[in-house]
Write a protein that binds this ligand. Structure first.
Ligand code: PMP
Length: 435
């Protein structure tokens, strides 16, 4: 009965899924592409005869028509610079851009737009905090606690800020199963810890880290906590209050939005205290030859002309995802990842990284015995299957895993069970080819 219930939950009321995946796919014309031709003739169709199976969503997701339309509508109807003009187009653009901040605030449970800074991407959001907060607050004797599974966006940034300030940068161990060693975390986080910066869902291991538990550990020692939510906000409900984080960052391009837009969530009192990261137009209130004062939040951190069309696109992406429902997106991802994990494991000759079971994000990194991940990815490409091969910006973690690279398949709202089957078939072919 329980098993039946689980299958029913996964496969949903339409007999197939929790929502109508086929209807949703129609919003993504790119998914109908065929590939295999010469990349020089991109999009022209020459030699493209293999259906695309896109499983590289952790790197970037596709953009549905309603989001493309929102961006195109902005350029066609009310393109103008924000905050400066009295004229109508500028006012319309300003309202849309500001309301995009409200949509993001609602989406992640922030108190309001003052807590939502638009950046270029997750990487810039992390650098913003590292520079604006870290350079001011850190010094010799302090420490910043990361984990061994951090993306370079966090790892390299804090490492370099550590070198500049003299603060120690420490790394929480990852267990053999690919989980955060929370006992080690409790040892590392001490009275000299100023910041704990952790990835919420690992982009290599798929591990879902217990951010709430780590937030408690950090706050008990008067340290702050920053969640790298690049892989979690796109794929599951995330609420900054529930998580108890001080900062959180994510990117629009991994959640059906455009490139060129990312988000830094920060608690208002912290952002208030921080000095700007970039200086220039739009972020000032009053300027004289001697000194300047700053605009209110969040504009204090958005110097120069911002990514207006991208902000509008991000708001449209949020609306799109919310219509599907973040709970259902998470369940869909979990189902595909668990299925892919089990099928890869059943193949034999495949090493899979990260925890087994349904306690993981919607991605699976693996290696096939005797096949370099790049060769595997290249063979899969011949079958139209797009995955990622490399270190996924987690080189030190790959060093710990004892491999230079891995292959990674990552799923999103529009992927199907048949596409996972296509992945498995192609991996089997590659394995047999090299055997
Ligand atoms: N953190 C994680 C966990 C990621 O997966 C990524 C993107 N691969 C980033 C940070 C950086 O995102 P972006 O390149 O959009 O700045």
């Amino acid at each position: 009965m329980l098993l039946f219930g689980t299958i029913y939950l996964i496969m949903g009321v339409q007999g197939q899924y929790l929502f109508d995946v086929e209807a949703l796919r129609a919003d993504f014309p790119i998914l109908d592409r065929r590939v295999g031709g010469d990349p020089e003739t991109a999009g022209e169709g020459e030699g493209d005869d293999t259906p695309l199976v896109y499983l590289d969503n952790a790197a970037t997701s596709h953009t549905p028509d309603p989001v493309v339309d929102a961006i195109s509508d902005y350029y066609r109807s009310y393109n103008a610079n924000v905050h400066r003009g009295i004229h109508q187009l500028s006012q319309e653009a300003s309202v849309a851009y500001e309301e995009a901040h409200d949509a993001v605030a609602d989406f992640v449970g922030a108190a309001g737009r003052e807590e939502v800074v638009f950046t270029k991407n997750t990487t810039e959001a992390m650098n913003l905090v590292a520079y604006a907060w870290g350079l001011e607050e850190l010094g010799p004797g302090d420490n910043v606690v990361l984990s061994e599974m951090e993306h370079h966006a966090s790892l390299v940034t804090w490492q370099q800020i550590g070198k500049r300030t003299g603060a120690d940068v420490r790394f929480i161990d990852v267990t053999d199963e690919g989980r955060l060693d929370t006992d080690h975390a409790a040892e590392l986080i001490d009275d000299d810890t100023e910041m704990v910066s952790l990835v919420h869902v690992s982009n290599t291991l798929g591990t879902v880290n217990p951010i709430g538990q780590l937030a408690d550990l950090a706050h008990d020692r008067d340290a702050l906590i920053f969640a790298d939510a690049a892989q979690s906000v796109p794929t599951r409900p995330v609420d900054v209050e529930d998580l108890g984080v001080d900062f959180l960052a994510f990117s629009g391009h991994k959640m059906c939005g455009p490139t060129g837009i990312g988000v830094l969530y920060g608690r208002e009192e912290l952002l208030d205290e921080m000095q700007p990261y970039l200086y220039g137009g739009d972020m000032i209130r009053r300027v004289s030859f001697e000194d300047s004062t700053w605009e209110d939040l969040p504009w204090k951190f958005e110097a120069g002309t911002p990514s207006i069309a991208q902000g509008v696109g991000l708001a449209a992406a949020i609306e799109y995802l919310e219509e599907v429902g973040m709970d259902r997106i998470q369940a869909h991802e979990d189902m595909l990842a668990e299925y892919a994990y089990d099928e890869l494991a059943a193949l034999g000759g495949v090493d899979i990284y990260g925890p087994p079971g349904d306690d993981r994000g919607g991605l699976v990194a693996f290696n096939v015995d005797g096949v370099h991940a790049h060769d595997l990815s290249s063979i899969l490409n011949d079958y139209g299957v797009a995955i990622r091969a490399g270190d996924h910006c987690t080189q030190p973690l790959h060093d710990e895993m004892g491999v230079a690279a891995s292959a990674r398949a990552s799923f999103y709202v529009y992927n199907t069970v048949e596409e996972v089957d296509a992945l498995i078939d192609a991996v089997r072919e590659a394995r047999d080819l090299f055997a």
